[in-house]
Design a protein around this ligand. Sequence first.
Ligand code: G1P
Length: 328
Amino acid sequence: MKAVIPLGGKGTRLRPHTFTRPKALLHVAGKPALGHILDEVAAAGITEAVLVLGQMGEQIEEYVRSAYPRMTATFVEQREPLGLGHAVSLTRDAVGKEGALIIYGDTLFEADLRPQLSTRKDASLGTISCDDPRPFGIVERSGGRVTRLVEKPKEKKRGEVIVGVNVIRDSGGLYDALEELMRKNLRTKNEYQLTDAMQLMVEHGAAFTTFPVKRWLDCGSVDNMLASNAALLVRKGKVLAELAGSSVAAPCHVAKGAVIERSRIGPNVSIAEGAVIRNSVLKDCIIHESCVIENCVLDKSIIGGHAVVRGFRGSTSLGDFSSLAGSR
Ligand code: G1P
């Protein structure tokens, strides 16, 4: 089985950060969000991944090749934003009938994937229960059997939501359904939806089941990214740099090679390699590589790579290579 990870989304809710890097490369708890996904893939024993890339895809290619050299990665380009179903359809040649573990690119999760990979059903979808499933795809069932999948249901009624971790054993059937969807031009919200293709499979008699996702961490907006950072740091945070005259309140991640001087860090702060923090107080922040922060009090902030912030107090989202100066 191969992992399929669609990463074509533009990440408009994460601007300005996504003007210069794909959202999957924004850091959460010490590494790019994509790193957490690839760690789950590797932990499930999968060694081959097919990644569908959109804008700035070359950055993703470079990251995967350098950070996951043992993963056999294939990169496929999605030139038009025609939806998740379209993105997955582009992986047919790379995956064929071998089976696919499809993980949506903005989905950080905790679930026990290994038993699902040997499912005897045609597909097993990771789900979680949700009070208002209207922004998602849902699974309807009768008894143990999945009877219908609906993308963006109209009714606000508690339901079982598709998280974005799908084990598709019958990948040949899925690719056929995706082709049917596109041939018949069946779109929801003007896009070719993966949920709609899986519904076609159900209509053609495929047997679907579900498995519980214990925790689902969204990274689609600045607030959600900071909340996911805080949640993941509890398990994944490590302080790996020297701290000169500074203190750290857990949970935090401080990468090796970061310089922290006369500062108070934490809780819920993630600091990447090469960052320099001096005379500052940081709480609930994601600090990307090689940025400089001096004489600041930062809360609920994401600071881009190579950015410079001096004398600023408050909360901000500063893009890569940008600078911000406040008065103190
Ligand atoms: C996509 C899927 C939807 C799923 C959701 C999970 O929606 O189409 O079925 O429930 O991801 O995040 P999107 O986030 O693209 O609107």
